[in-house]
Design a protein around this ligand. Structure first.
Ligand SMILES: Cc1ncc(COP(=O)(O)O)c(C=O)c1O
Length: 451
């Protein structure tokens, strides 16, 4: 735990095998950071500060986005690490890191490489500050967020940790990711829980069209509705606020699988009202793979047992769901840096930008003959993922063509009960409309040649 000493300096108590072993002044650690292998560490600090100063200046100059592109976003793009000329439009699988995030990641791995003693004694002390930052970023209290390893882990923790009996019902959609549905399949095998599937309309036209079929499927045995928030096949954003309101009125819990949500949407857990929420910040937020958000609403924590425990599992907050044992704290610090980067731009501005690009892309697609868009057009029900099919053109051909011609990365997405593989395109903040035009041109070319 991070504590203050009598001089107001933070100090860190460390523990090994759960035993408190002493107190160290944090300023000694800071001294270490600024000395020894310090040249590069100081240089990293300076580099990150330079990036943040540049964003602040841009914010002052460009208070609002007057057009989808322009200097503001061109400059932001330069703050990402890309291999030369790569146009990355598949954040849905894995996104790139902004430079400050990579710098921070390297900084903490460097401490492990050069001084493991400091890594286990001092570095963990800063984690609570990052938990607080993460909680604020998603509209939650620090007692409600846990650092999972990824979305799959969070989803498994819920399926495994709820006391459900034979005959209890779990409602899912027809478009769940394997990491979301298989924890319930396992639970069903172990306990006899019944899985009830409710189909999503593709594309959904309204909130009611999504929520009403779930309301109709609730029975006295229903315990939880566990659905995709950012539906990976269609790009639908499921209206969890309305779904939670309906479910809570019936005494049913709600879990959102929002693998893509953090960094794509301006999230507010309390406004949304969900009980459980899992997200992967290495898709849209620029964090490294291996660190995730797992949210458990205060009121739901008494119902969810932790699955993997060491000391501290009986605490009355979401820290009991944190992964246990040694792990790479560099990931946690890099997540904190990714949140700082996003906060500098502003999470609402990020969501607006992503949705403006997606709308631009959809408008362009709608002009190409034979295109069917599987993603809702309503910006409340969609965001940065757009999925579409082209009549008579194999989706994989488009993927290969635009990669070869423009070095532009998209992917196919299908199977999983969703029919023919569609093309799925991500429109993150660093993409320009010029690059979307390239993709549209690529699709139109293949349509003309009916490949
Ligand atoms: C909707 C959805 N759920 C869960 C996952 C699994 O995420 P992770 O591999 O980060 O655990 C993904 C991955 O893309 C996803 O799209």
């Amino acid at each position: 735990m991070d504590k203050k000493d009598e001089n107001g300096n933070h100090s860190v108590s460390f523990s090994e095998d759960g035993a408190s072993a002493g107190l160290f002044a944090r300023r000694d650690f800071v001294k270490y950071l600024l000395a020894g292998s310090a040249l590069s560490i100081a240089a990293i600090e300076k580099l990150n500060a330079g990036v943040y100063q540049a964003i602040t200046s841009l914010n002052q100059k460009y208070v609002e986005d007057i057009s989808p592109d322009g200097t503001y976003w061109d400059e932001i793009r330069k703050m990402f690490l890309f291999e030369n000329k790569l146009i990355m439009m598949n954040n849905g699988t894995l996104g790139p890191m902004p430079k400050p995030v990579f710098n921070t990641l390297m900084r903490y791995f460097r401490i492990q490489a050069t001084n493991p003693y400091d890594l286990y004694n001092f570095v963990p002390g800063g984690k609570e500050g990052i938990r607080t930052k993460l909680a604020a970023f998603v509209g939650a209290s620090p007692d409600e967020v846990s650092f999972s390893s990824n979305t799959t882990e969070g989803l498994n923790l819920v399926a495994n940790g709820l006391d459900l009996k034979e005959g209890d019902e779990v409602i899912v959609s027809n478009l769940e990711h394997p990491g979301a549905i298989n924890p319930w399949n396992l639970k069903a095998k172990r306990t006899g829980v019944k899985i009830v599937q409710v189909p999503f309309s593709t594309p959904a036209q309204s909130v009611e069209q999504i929520v009403n079929p779930f309301a109709a499927a609730v029975t006295p045995r229903t315990k939880i509705i566990a659905v995709g928030h950012t539906v990976f096949i269609t790009g639908q954003i499921t209206p969890l606020k309305e779904l939670s309101k309906m479910a809570h009125e019936k005494g049913v819990l709600v879990m959102g699988d929002s693998a893509h949500g953090i960094g794509m949407l301006s999230l507010d857990m309390h406004a949304m009202g969900v009980d459980f929420f899992a997200s992967s910040p290495y898709k849209w937020l620029g964090a490294p793979a291996g660190i995730g958000l797992f949210y458990v609403r205060k009121e739901a924590q008494a119902k969810l047992w932790p699955t993997i425990v060491s000391s501290g599992w009986e605490v009355d907050n979401a820290r009991k769901y944190d992964p246990q044992g040694q792990r790479a704290d560099a990931m946690v610090y890099a997540l904190g840096e990714a949140i700082d980067f996003a906060n500098r731009i502003g999470k609402e501005r990020i969501e607006r930008r992503i949705k403006a690009l997606a709308a631009y892309f959809k408008q362009g697609l709608a002009k190409i003959p034979g295109v069917t868009i599987n993603t809702p057009t309503d910006p409340y029900l969609s965001a940065g993922l757009t999925a579409f099919l082209v009549d008579g053109v194999d989706s994989q051909k488009i993927v290969d063509y635009v990669f070869e011609k423009y070095n532009l990365v998209v992917r196919t997405m299908g199977g999983f009960g969703a029919g023919k593989p569609a093309l799925r395109v991500s429109t993150p903040i660093y993409i320009s409309t010029r690059e979307i035009d390239m993709l549209l041109e690529g699709v139109a070319t293949l349509v003309r040649h009916k490949v």
